[in-house]
Ligand binder design. Structure first.
Ligand SMILES: [Zn+2]
Ligand SMILES: [Zn+2]
Length: 153
């Protein structure tokens, strides 16, 4: 198992993410508008995993909830001081969470597995060589070992 280390910009929030893979998992790059707004960049990096894989070692995060295009609440867990996001949870997906991978200390040495919501990619952002592309969200069968297959309610 690989352990990833998250630390927010101000340093108040520290967390770990335990990956179910022995090797370092890769980023899934998301080009959706919410990621651009919440992350302040042209895309963000996520890792699908179970909420039980995340542990806060320091600080107490805050939660912001928005409703996605399907009407599901998405709970965003972030640092209440500097606003760095640790993970998001779509309430229709059980205990699956989307860890925000760019705040992880290992982010720079992780590869890129997939790109999602590529229809919303900015025209000047190039496709990542070797990454699988998905027009919208990742189909359950394609999530592989980095995520859990959960039936939708
Ligand atoms: Zn912070
Ligand atoms: Zn997104």
């Amino acid at each position: 198992m690989a352990t990833l280390h998250g630390r927010c910009h101000c340093g108040d929030l520290e967390w770990t993410v335990t990956s179910d893979t022995r090797a370092l998992p890769g980023h899934t790059i998301c080009h959706c508008r919410s990621c651009k707004l919440l992350g302040g960049g042209p895309f963000c990096g996520i890792l699908l995993t179970s909420i039980s894989a995340i542990r806060f070692e320091h600080g107490t995060p805050k939660v912001y909830t928005y409703y996605n295009s399907e009407g599901n609440g998405v709970h965003c867990t972030f640092c209440s001081i500097c606003t760095t996001h640790a993970y998001h949870r779509d309430e229709s997906r059980g205990d699956e969470v989307q860890v925000r991978t760019f705040p992880l200390l290992e982010a720079g040495i992780m590869g890129v597995d997939k790109e999602i919501n590529v229809g919303e990619r900015f025209s000047w952002v190039k496709k990542v060589d070797g990454a699988k592309s998905f027009k919208s969200w990742i189909p359950a069968v394609a999530r592989g070992r980095h995520g859990r297959r959960l039936s939708r309610n």
